[in-house]
Design a protein around this ligand. Structure first.
Ligand code: NAD
Length: 506
């Protein structure tokens, strides 16, 4: 096994970035940041309190009201966004090693995240230049048009899985549309988020437009969501946190976008291309360490092929290379944090009485420390099992047989979540009918999770509220004011005219 790799120039302290300056919390509060291989503290990070959030929001508000950003021509903002994309791309390797070190993601899967992040900026840079809005004419009488405007200070609250890429997903449309932002990344993974300030500075983003606050969700996140000068909140994370945020934001009627958890089904019919389905379903649950919101963590397999498919699936899982995140041979690295490791392990223990354990089931051999979990396969899992119903967010799969299309649909829809779904069949009619009947925000037919940035992204049921992606993001981060102009004389009924005649008033 290769040696634990520690990136060069690792910071030992990570600061907030407020109004163009790196700063600590006013009260000097910090939290510790662990690397998930040794679980040793390698850095401290400033821990934002309410007064720090106040400063960040004030800077963003000032930049929105007084600064050039919201008023710039789309082409000018677009140039800055393309420059951000260029810089992000040029730092792909550095970013990948930091991300892998901080989150435990295998290096081969961390590479390429910068390209995806850069692509988010390019996509919205192009979109705002081509942006068009409606105008409606009532011949000879009225013209009505849509005046699209940025909203103000956007709070962006992000999770720890593929953090840099997920941050870019929110930053790019929020900034492209002329808002200013305060971002609060997850406290498990602050390292890659700390790259943004330099990138934005170098690209020419004006001071105060981008502000970064580290800290706990319960303090910094909660206060940011409730802040009266923050009209818009985009959150990605756990469904229960989403519910808390929704309640916190409700009294002020904030615009809210919630990208939440999932327990997505991968449904394999007997007529499917079995090799392709096997590759995709194994990858679908074990890639990114299984720490993936759209993971196909429930695999539903038609009875005719069930025994064979399950045996082959388990065989593949046993052969998956678990190893140091920095080792290019590694397919599953270490989970992000000991707390998350404990959660995943507790589900594995629950699973042992709920399903037939065919692979994994605990720490892999040879890894006595660190947050390593062997890819774990449970077969014959009943739909009322907790490992069928609850999001584990680790390398653990529940496999369940079905006989008919109706039964498959019933199983697929039988959780509180509805984020993604994957369907494997060569029958075209079945594929579309099944896809339409599934309660999920997204469905992939005979495909792994491959994203087209123009398509809407989001979930139904406990998987979220609202859609981002393409024009939906532009809609979310802007307000559409409708403006009406009369082309003719104004025709208003003359209220009060008769009454004034009767009383003799003018
Ligand atoms: P989490 O909900 O614990 O934390 C997410 C963020 O919210 C963090 O920055 C956290 O500090 C903050 N936060 C926590 N409590 C808060 C509060 N009361 N007010 C404001 N902010 C608060 O989620 P996580 O463990 O970081 O991420 C994993 C979860 O995210 C999984 O459930 C996963 O499915 C989900 N996820 C969803 C998507 C999607 O697009 N649907 C994408 C990735 C991850």
């Amino acid at each position: 096994m290769s040696k634990h790799f520690v990136p060069e120039n690792l910071p030992d302290h990570i600061q907030h970035y407020i109004d163009g300056k790196f700063v600590d919390s006013i009260g000097r509060e910090t939290f510790e940041v662990l690397d998930p291989v040794s679980n040793q503290t390698y850095a401290t990070a400033a821990s934002g309190q309410t007064e720090d959030v106040d400063l960040a929001v004030a800077a963003a508000k000032h930049a929105f009201k007084e600064g050039p950003w919201p008023k710039m021509l789309p082409r000018e903002r677009s140039r800055v966004l393309h420059k951000i994309a260029d810089i992000v791309e040029s730092r792909d390797d550095e970013l990948a090693y930091l991300e892998s070190y901080d989150s435990g993601l295998p290096i081969t899967q961390a590479k390429g995240q910068a390209r995806r992040a850069a692509e988010n900026f390019r996509f919205f840079a192009d979109l705002i230049v081509g942006q068009e809005d409606n105008a409606f004419k009532v011949p000879g009488r009225q013209i009505n048009y849509v005046n699209r405007k940025p909203i103000g200070v956007a709070a962006l609250i992000t999770p720890w899985n593929v953090p840099f890429m997920q941050e870019s997903w929110k930053l790019a449309p929020a900034l492209a549309t002329g808002n200013t932002v305060v971002m609060k990344p997850a406290s498990y993974t602050p390292l890659s988020a700390a790259l943004w300030p330099e990138i934005f500075r170098e690209a020419g983003v004006p001071e105060g437009v981008f502000n970064l606050i580290f800290g706990s969700g319960g303090v910094a996140g909660d206060y940011l969501v409730k802040h009266p000068d923050v009209p818009i909140v985009s959150f990605t994370g756990d469904s229960s946190t989403g519910a808390t945020i929704s309640t916190a934001a409700a009294p002020q009627f904030k615009s809210l976008s919630l990208e939440l958890g999932g327990k997505s089904p991968a449904v394999v019919f007997a007529d499917a291309d079995i090799e392709a389905a096997l590759d995709a379903t194994v990858f679908g649950v074990f890639s990114l360490n299984g720490e993936r919101c759209t993971a196909g963590s429930r695999v539903l397999v038609q009875r005719d092929i069930y025994d064979d498919f399950v045996a082959r699936f388990a065989e593949r899982a046993k052969n998956i290379v678990v190893g140091l995140p920095s080792d290019p041979a590694t397919e599953v690295g270490s989970l992000v944090h000991p707390n998350h490791f404990d959660k995943v392990m507790s589900y594995i223990e629950i699973g042992k009485s709920e399903g037939r354990l065919l692979a994994g089931g605990g720490r892999p051999d040879g890894f006595p420390t660190g947050n390593y979990v062997a890819p774990t396969v449970f077969a014959d899992v009943a739909p009322d099992a907790r490992i069928f119903q609850e999001e584990i967010f680790g390398p653990v799969v529940a496999i369940t047989p079905f006989n008919t299309d109706e039964e498959a649909l019933e199983l697929a829809n039988n959780t509180k979540y509805g984020l993604a779904a994957y369907v494997w069949t060569t029958n075209l009619k079945r594929a579309h009918n099944f896809a339409h009947a599934i309660e999920s925000g997204m469905v992939w037919l005979n495909s792994n999770n491959v994203r087209d940035l123009r398509t809407p992204f989001g979930g139904v049921k406990a998987s979220g509220l609202g859609r981002e992606g393409g024009y939906r993001s532009v809609d979310f981060y802007t307000t559409q004011q409708s403006v009406q102009i009369t082309l003719n004389e104004s025709h208003s009924p003359k209220f009060g005219v008769e009454a004034s005649r009767e009383t003799g008033d003018a």
